[in-house]
Design a protein around this ligand. Sequence first.
Ligand code: GUN
Length: 395
Amino acid sequence: MWSTLSVGPAAFIGYLSISTPSSYANSYPITTVLANQLRPYSSTVLPSFIPVVVSSHPPSSSSSTISIRHSSALTMSTPTTTTTTTNNNIDGKAIAAQIRSELRQTVSTLPTPPPGLAVLLVGSRRDSQTYVRMKKKACEEVGIASFGYEYPDTATEEEIVQKVLELNQDDRVHGILVQLPLPAHMDETRVLQAVDPSKDVDGLHPMNTAKLCSTGTHVGVDKLDWTKLQSIPFHIPCTPQGCIELLDRSGVELKGKNAAVIGRSNLVGLPVAMLLMHRDATVTIVHSKTVDAEQVVRNADVVVAAVGRAEMVKKDWIKPGAVVVDVGINSVDDPSSKKGYRLVGDVDYAAVKEVAGMITPVPGGVGPMTIAMLLRNTVNSSVRIAAAKGDKDEK
Ligand code: GUN
């Protein structure tokens, strides 16, 4: 049967039940089914069907429209965490602050040394420098040790790979993040593959991608509890995880819903589609070659926009009551602003807000959640690595 991608509430429970890294035996490449029809279901949690749209990165060049289908009983899960909305706004800034506070509490209970995050920045992009600074500050806030490594644009790929390999062996470091994009002369895939998957807090190593894309529907494979993202024993990319966490903490039920993900990047589109599917939503990925993209989006209860096109998603694309998650961060000229520009999302926020059931603003929506999830992955990583080491020492 066709089923929808369901995004349900997830509770932040802490790290006591985190298991050691599982073997790679249950990793499978993603299997996709071409289609663009979604079947709506109604929600028992929200008065109306709330669609969610996630957007954020430039459209890629390849071409199939993908729907993910699966079968699942339509049961509802109960929101267990804070709902922070202003009107129909989903307040990512407040939710991320709450998560950082929870993490600070968790970190305070962990043995020393504290969780450690290494961030590699290559080149002089202003936006990347800003993001890296924000990550460092957030680490300080929750008690994570941060280790920064900066390289000029002229650095070689080999230098970066060697640094990553060194950090893989460094016991103070539980998470490694290579800020993207890398300069054009570097092979991004090679650099990302050098990161030990257990320290890949970005969730971009193919091993982590493969695990994310394993449906676990076959015999002999452990079923994961996708309603508790913090319990998943491998790293999930931060922005997609942040989107789902926002929905969960806003009481949005995903099970049985039609979800449209606009954009198919490795960083956001693909992983968020997988997460939505794991939560029993029926998912369609919309991209640059999709025929009648607007119609697909109009059928969605949840829209995630991640294409990197300023205000591309218009009001008449959105089904009334749909939940819209805007991953885009685009700079547009604005002579009236002091800086001469302002940041907007992939969604025409002011107009879409009038019809959406809920919507994330830009800034202050998904952005702060990306960093909160990076911190959470790092804390998870430190707990798992300590548990794995304990197991080894016992033997
Ligand atoms: N650049 C923009 N977003 C990201 C991200 O989530 N991870 C990394 N490594 N680089 C980015």
